[in-house]
Design a protein around this ligand. Structure first.
Ligand SMILES: Cc1ncc(COP(=O)(O)O)c(C=O)c1O
Length: 377
């Protein structure tokens, strides 16, 4: 097994999670399809026992993601990003105050609001781009959960400042790193306690699998997360884990290409007369630019545009021919969506906002399609 300690992420994504170099052994790990394992007599804790507790294909995938996040042995895969999120929120002590970004991914927000409505937690929603507002909510809090950049407003939190404030207040911090990926920021190395991913997105990268992952370094936290996976049973299927493993191998090259294209498209969109606003932290006048430039290793491949109104935004999604109108993000194919068509999307998201997930197609083809679609509005 390769160690992530001495290797660049682009190398570890390729070599991690392999079974060895014994002559005749498979280069690509197989898919372990079994619900149970041979175990006579007393249980050996070092051997797999049952398919809800352990699986070699999960382990290979987890080795790669844990290594990329700087926590070898610290990744735990789930059936979806939301299954990971539900396990994460169950770490918040009963009755404790959960501080969370008011513009987080809508279903994470819905889950937190449901838990608050049921009296399980006290929920305080904050503007994560406003460091002072988050700081002010921390004294007495039980947990801070921050998504950055946010979905779909692409706001950027000053994560290092938030880690420092949370540490002073004694508050554990989790970060949803779905948009940035471990390549652009490593929350655990910088001071967070848990990292969450919808691995459905960039990590798997091909829009063909739904999967989630939590990563932590602290042994107690890891045991609590593993316990949640066991009792809730939200385990990934071995085939899905294998697809995710196959996908994550190319994450560094995919992200590099998509990010470069996103930068070009953001600049061109910003000067298009039909576009009212572009939200992309790589643009020098974006509110998140300075923080992203200081705290991230790149600006990512997600952007959002605001058009004249809701009708124009809907028309754009019908006029594109190469971009695929659809929800989700982080795949090889470029997707776009008017987010407020989703009923649970918060009112903080403008009706006219279209979120763009930039894929791997040629930048000029993507631009030509956007230009013809914007020109038709
Ligand atoms: C930022 C973010 N977190 C969590 C999730 C939930 O992940 P999943 O759809 O894999 O359950 C999503 C899905 O869109 C997301 O964008």
């Amino acid at each position: 097994m390769a160690s992530s300690q001495h290797l660049a992420p682009g190398t570890f994504a390729v070599v991690g999670g392999r079974t060895g170099r014994t002559p005749g052994s498979p280069v690509s790990p197989g898919i372990e399809l079994t619900s149970t394992y041979v175990q006579p007599g007393d249980i050996d804790p070092d051997l797999p026992l049952y398919g809800r507790y352990a699986n070699a294909t999960w382990a290979a995938f987890e080795e790669v993601v844990g290594g990329l996040e700087g926590a070898p042995g610290g990744a735990i895969a789930f059936a979806s990003g939301m299954a990971a999120g539900a396990a994460l929120f169950s770490l918040v002590p009963r009755g404790g105050r959960l501080v969370m970004g008011a513009t987080s991914y809508n279903t994470m927000l819905a889950l937190a609001r449901e838990r608050a409505g049921a009296g399980d937690v006290e929920l305080v929603e904050v503007d994560v781009a406003d460091t002072d507002a988050v700081r002010a909510a921390l004294p007495g809090a039980a947990w801070l959960h921050v998504e950055s950049p946010t979905n779909p407003l692409i706001e950027v939190a000053d994560l290092p400042a938030l880690y420092a404030a949370a540490r002073r207040a004694g508050v554990p911090v989790s970060v949803d790193n779905t948009f940035a990926t471990p390549l652009l920021q490593n929350p655990l190395a910088d001071g967070a306690d848990v990292v969450m991913h919808s691995a459905t997105k960039y990590i798997s990268g091909h829009s063909d699998v739904v999967l989630g992952v939590l990563v932590a370094r602290d042994e107690e936290l890891l045991a609590a997360i593993r316990h949640q996976r066991e009792v809730l049973g939200a385990i990934p299927g071995p085939f899905e884990a294998w697809l995710a493993l196959r996908g994550v191998r190319t994450l560094p090259v995919r992200l590099e290409r998509a990010q470069a294209t996103a930068g070009v498209l953001a600049g061109r969109l910003a000067s298009h007369p039909a576009v009212v606003r572009v939200r992309y932290p790589g643009l020098p006048d974006d509110p998140g630019h300075a923080v992203a430039a200081r705290t991230m290793r790149g600006f990512g491949a997600m952007l959002a545009i605001e058009l004249a109104d809701r009708d124009a935004a809907d028309a754009l999604t019908r006029a594109v021919r190469l971009w695929t109108p659809g929800t989700s993000l982080g795949g090889v194919e470029s997707l776009l969506e008017r987010r407020r068509r989703i009923p649970s999307e918060p009112a903080t998201v403008p009706e006219s906002l279209v979120r763009l997930s930039v894929g791997l197609e040629d930048v000029e083809d993507l631009w030509a399609d956007l230009e013809q679609a914007l020109g038709s509005l």
